[in-house]
Design a protein. Structure first.
Length: 594
């Protein structure tokens, strides 16, 4: 034990907050883990330490829930790599034994695993779960054929209620929704995304012995990015947790930007009250350890979120703002920033992160094209974008068709699958072109991200099915060939680049019009006043801003213009004048542009 502790301390140095998470004996723990604070490293060491010190019995497993398939396999691969180091290469834990100790997946992957084994108890059709085609976006196509108009309306209403956290409608329609899935969809070889979670919940509720089995099999549950958990996932998780269950929930309440797709608000507080958890904050920012400006800004934004309007500020964070006369000059200035950065560091990746699509954005992209700067257009990579959702549904449908009857999946086979999808889009539009690029990156990179040679056919198949069901292509944006990536803050969540440019730091853009500016009574002066009516909107927009400023590994650039693309006068964003933040204008026109 002392030898293992020495190795853990060697890995984590004098970071007491990380060591506290790893070595705590408290059974239920929440870890507040901001971007760049070593969350993933701590998570991996915690799991490896607990397995190495026999805190997971022979007949037990650790269930690790992540929000992307590639993240799941990275965690698993790193845990399996770290354990031999902690054990001095002892062979007591062979790879097969370790695989049996860990299940790393996402919520839907976990539920699919259970339903494929025991789903037949609630419907025979679930014996062939992998052959069922998920259908969500095209529900209207079933109107008058498989479903009645009223049934289509009920399914759409229920799924919208989940996204909007409408508890009354969820409660009223959940059983009706499931009955439609069981009686109409599954017999026609169809299933919905949400129903996979709900069917697992019904299985556990109707067959408590099955629930008891999984409660005992997984007495240790780890959830990463816990702040993004939606209501259906949370309800399922609560069924699995008993008084004896050891839980470790990691995330960052300030990075909760997926409220629009149903992430439960104040979830950390609810868990702390429900389970009497130990609350540990990681305290050291490693991403910005060599960048005092970015480290200070990170610290001050977190202080603002914690105690606005009187945050605890020790030193003002200064932002260098590139301010231009109009939107065209700002676009030219951004081109200059890109050119000078790429000239200094040729291999660097640069991301332009926008709060939203707008005419301002179109002007910037026009100038980028005019100047011959190649960029990847990832603007529509959002979970609620119709084309993004439909592309994943096509890939999922065709993959299930492609894999049917096979007993093996090779890297060559994965590339063949990509070629089949490519042939379906002979004349792709710009959005489809971006998605095809990401799909190609995925089929090339995914075998490198997982333990491909050690994965069984079933594991590979289920991982890819879960990947498409979870709409995860955007997670491969970091690996695209282009050095310049244009996307939204929502598309960038969980990713990072060397340099990040955040344009349009103006009112109606960041914060955006619908989020805050529309309701503001101080439009002319951009004086920020928070009251009961706009408090939630303010913290939602602050979370988006925080995610944007923490995507860079080396440096952020902030730009703004005094006139928008329509020629209207505008003001600098009130977020650049929050308590503890001030901006310093370092440019007004792009005379250095050429």
């Amino acid at each position: 034990m002392s030898n293992i502790l020495d190795k853990i301390r060697e890995l984590h140095g004098d970071d007491d907050s990380q060591l506290n998470v790893i070595t705590t004996d408290y059974s239920k723990v929440i870890v507040e883990a901001p971007a760049g604070y070593g969350k993933t490293k701590t998570l991996i060491s915690k799991i490896a330490y607990d397995i190495a010190t026999n805190k997971v019995k022979n007949y037990e497993k650790v269930l690790v829930i992540t929000f992307s398939v590639n993240a799941a396999y990275k965690v698993k691969k790193d845990v399996l790599s770290q354990l031999p180091l902690l054990l001095d290469g002892e062979t007591v834990f062979q790879n097969n034994t370790l695989n049996n100790k860990l299940l790393v997946t996402n919520y839907h992957g976990f539920c699919r695993r259970i339903l494929s084994k025991y789903g037949y108890l609630i419907h025979e059709g679930l014996r062939n779960l992998d052959e069922l085609i998920p259908i969500n976006n095209n529900m209207r196509s079933l109107d008058g054929k498989i479903l009645t108009n009223q049934e289509v309306d009920l399914i759409n209403l229920f799924e919208e209620s989940v996204r909007k956290l409408d508890h009354r409608n969820i409660k009223e329609n959940k059983e009706k929704y499931l009955d439609i899935v069981l009686e109409k969809l599954i017999p026609n070889n169809l299933i919905t995304y949400d129903s996979i979670l709900l069917l697992t919940e019904r299985l556990f509720t109707k067959y408590p012995t099955t629930l008891s089995f999984y409660q005992k099999l997984f007495p240790y549950i780890v959830v990463d990015e816990f702040q993004d958990t939606n209501l259906l996932s949370w309800n399922l998780l609560k069924l699995l947790i008993t008084d004896k269950t050891k839980i470790l929930f990691l995330g960052d309440s300030l990075q909760k930007i997926y409220g629009f797709i149903g992430a439960v608000p104040n979830l950390f507080d609810d868990v702390a009250m429900l389970y009497n958890t130990e609350y540990i904050h990681l305290k050291r920012n490693y991403r910005f350890k060599d960048n005092e400006k970015m480290s200070l800004l990170d610290k001050n934004i977190r202080s603002i979120a914690k105690k606005y309007p009187n945050p605890k500020i020790e030193k003002i964070a200064t932002i260098d703002l590139h301010l231009y006369a109009d939107q065209h000059e700002e676009a030219k200035g951004i081109v200059n920033i890109i050119k000078s950065t790429m000239l200094q560091e040729n291999a660097s990746k640069i991301a332009l992160l926008f709060r939203q699509r707008s005419r301002n954005l179109d002007v910037i992209m026009e100038i980028l094209k005019k100047e011959g700067i190649s960029f990847f257009n990832g603007l529509n990579l959002k979970d609620d974008d119709k084309k993004y959702v439909e592309f994943h549904e096509v890939c999922l449908d065709k993959f299930i068709e492609f894999i049917n009857g096979k007993s093996n999946l090779t890297k060559k086979g994965l590339m063949e699958f990509f070629q089949n999808i490519s042939k379906m889009f002979e004349k792709p539009d710009s959005d489809q072109e971006a998605l095809l690029k990401l799909l190609e990156v995925f089929v090339r990179q995914f075998p490198k991200d997982i333990l491909w040679s050690q994965c069984s056919f079933e594991e590979k198949k289920n991982a890819i099915i879960s990947f498409f069901m979870s709409k995860s292509l955007k997670n491969y944006m970091e690996h695209v060939q282009e050095n310049v990536i244009v996307t939204t803050v929502f598309g960038a969540k969980g990713l990072e680049w060397d340099y990040v440019i955040i344009p349009d730091m103006e009112k109606d853009s960041f914060p955006n019009y619908r989020g805050m500016c529309q309701k503001c009574n101080y439009k002319l002066s951009c004086q920020l006043v928070i009251d009961e009516q706009n408090e939630k909107d303010f913290f939602d927009e602050l979370s988006v801003f925080y995610v944007a400023v923490t995507r860079a590994k080396k440096q952020n650039f902030y730009t703004a213009s005094m006139k928008n693309a329509y020629g209207h006068n505008t003001n600098i964003s009130c977020f650049l004048s929050l308590p503890g933040i001030q901006y310093n204008c370092i440019a007004r026109k792009s005379e250095v542009y050429h």
